[in-house]
Design a protein around this ligand. Sequence first.
Ligand code: SAM
Length: 285
Amino acid sequence: MSSALLGPVEVRELAERLDVSPTKKLGQNFVIDPNTVRKIVRLAGVESGDLVIEIGPGLGSLTLGITEVGADVTAIEIDSRLAAELPNTIRAMQPDAAARFRVIHTDALDLSEQHLATLPGHPTALVANLPYNVSVPILMHLLELIPQLNRGLVMVQAEVGYRIAAGPGSKEYGSPSAKAAWYGEWGIAGTVSRRVFWPVPGVDSVLVSYVKRAEPIGTEAERVRTFEIVNAAFAQRRKMIRQALQTVLGADRTVEIIEAAGIAPTARAEQLHIDDFLAIARSGQ
Ligand code: SAM
């Protein structure tokens, strides 16, 4: 079967033609293995007609896997040379997909409602091999900006992936885990060998899955307040929350607010579920 995806030879040729030397600063490790790409797309459950947002398409390795199944793809790329070439790559490799593909040249952290207004609809699925150094801020920004995202499959540095998917009581559990749980359920869908990238990264990668909650856990105002409480609690994670939360709840009322939420003031941040942080936020209103 002739593959409409990029393999190791195509990735290097394309990079050479564009005079792109992958930079560490932008987390540029490109996937060179079509099997890995198809596995990601399969695990993401992407189908024909889905509106997908991809962050950091790079040379198009994963993008072509998503367009291959008939989905509509909006790609967000910070590197101007890569962003400019992508439409050409899609047209050359999968001519039928060109009309279902667009690229927005911007930092994903600056993606805004104005950008989204130019799309055929709000994306409902996120599929991405995220730049490693900013993967958590990008995820948080997208979850906040696009509530229509109902599922996702992202490749991230293993350490970060385990932190996002962690639950209370585990050593990986921290503020990214608690905040991610506000939006939905997260899991580790698989591991990825370093050998499928060029250049080979110095860290292992995992695939992290996301499914949005059926109903929002709270309002936007409650989310903002809950995240303030999460930040304060994990800033002093070894302390009991009756001490750690004094800055956000007020020294006089901290114990009363925590107890009214049905939580022990002697608990520590790492023991609390996002529901508990929300209960504290509500009790303090
Ligand atoms: N998706 C491609 C693949 O799988 O081969 C490339 C993935 S590479 C790990 C990360 C990509 O994200 C690079 O193309 C890089 O230029 C881009 N990138 C880095 N920081 C970014 C940011 N803040 N916003 C958007 N794209 C970014």
